[in-house]
Design a protein around this ligand. Structure first.
Ligand SMILES: [Zn+2]
Length: 115
């Protein structure tokens, strides 16, 4: 399932794609989604504002990444709360921001399909 999420696959058939663009990782353009699966016709956006909740997934991912950088940073800096880690956290969040927005929507589709 994680493999399907990171490869931008439809939660229903696992063959169609959620996003029109192939590069969903480092792409800072506006995300272009398919309205429905091009293979099985599964509708991704159930209702207007369906992806509002995906924002929270995106925040959670951003926080998880910040914590990961922070933990890695503690191996490189002498004190645990060294402020020099902050720019690295910001760079990481910015670098992952486009990826987070896209992957969060896919995770959201998968989460709500499971309920
Ligand atoms: Zn499908």
């Amino acid at each position: 399932m994680i493999q399907k999420i990171i490869t931008n696959k439809c939660p229903n058939c696992g063959k169609g794609h959620v996003y029109k663009e192939k590069n969903i990782y480092f792409n800072f353009k506006k995300p272009k989604m398919n309205k429905e699966c091009d293979h099985c016709g599964y509708v991704f956006e159930k209702e207007p504002g369906f992806f509002f909740g995906a924002m929270y997934v995106s925040y959670a991912l951003g926080i998880a990444e910040a914590i990961a950088v922070f933990i890695i940073g503690t191996f490189f800096f002498e004190s645990t709360f060294d402020l020099r880690i902050l720019p690295w956290i910001i760079i990481t969040i910015l670098a992952f921001s486009s990826f987070n927005v896209r992957i969060a929507r896919i995770i959201w589709i998968y989460l709500l399909k499971g309920i």
